[in-house]
Write a protein that binds this ligand. Sequence first.
Ligand code: CTP
Ligand code: MG
Length: 238
Amino acid sequence: MTTAAILTAAGSGTRLGHALPKALVPVLGEPVVVHAARRLLAARPGGAPLAALVVSAPPGHLEQFRTLLGPDVVVVPGGPTRQASVAAALAALPDEGIDVVLVHDAARPFAPADLVERVVAAVTAGHDAVVPGLAVTDTIKRVGPGTGGWPVEATVDRAELRAVQTPQGFARATLERAHAAAAQDAADESVAASDDAGLVERLGLPVWVVPGDERAAKITTARDLAVAELLASDTKGT
Ligand code: CTP
Ligand code: MG
């Protein structure tokens, strides 16, 4: 089995509120996307390094990304939604010789190599779509619209819930089929999928969960960035 990875890094980081696109924001002196790419490239899924890494970048920053990531990483312009950015990177993978494709958010720059390897191992074992998931610790309630507020409809059974992370792993043909089937939704944030497994679910195909890792937490807000910086300096991000 040969594995390639897509790293989605084309978002603007509106909720982070930084002057730079989120993937270019420095953590411990290096851009978020450099940390993310380094950890992917350190992984040895199935005993071998990734055969290819394609990064989707903000269209106005392609040369900056190429300089940061070096000649072995392919950089393509992302699209208006995450789904479109993944589709653009998927189209840039080598035509032949890739069986497994990982899709990872640059916004999760400290996902450790062993998480990457665990996801690929589950795909190799026969699960065509695999996501890392963490148990939910908060009590979660479903609400519905009410007059002037949000009345609770139900308390959801926490044991049935997982907070899903990336990298997500797929048999290449499954991921390509899922994106092709949803291509008409890719340009519109209100209908585009927020993760790739969601597109596989829309096809009615199974998605398998493996244990996630707290180190793969997503940087969304300024607080997340501060926490990431603290944890990365504490553990050297490994
Ligand atoms: N992403 C992308 N292309 C887009 C939107 C998002 O490649 N058009 C990527 C982001 O770069 C990020 C991942 O998808 O690595 C998860 O998205 P999110 O955390 O929402 O990042 P942003 O969209 O940049 O942030 P925000 O929603 O706050 O603007
Ligand atoms: Mg976003």
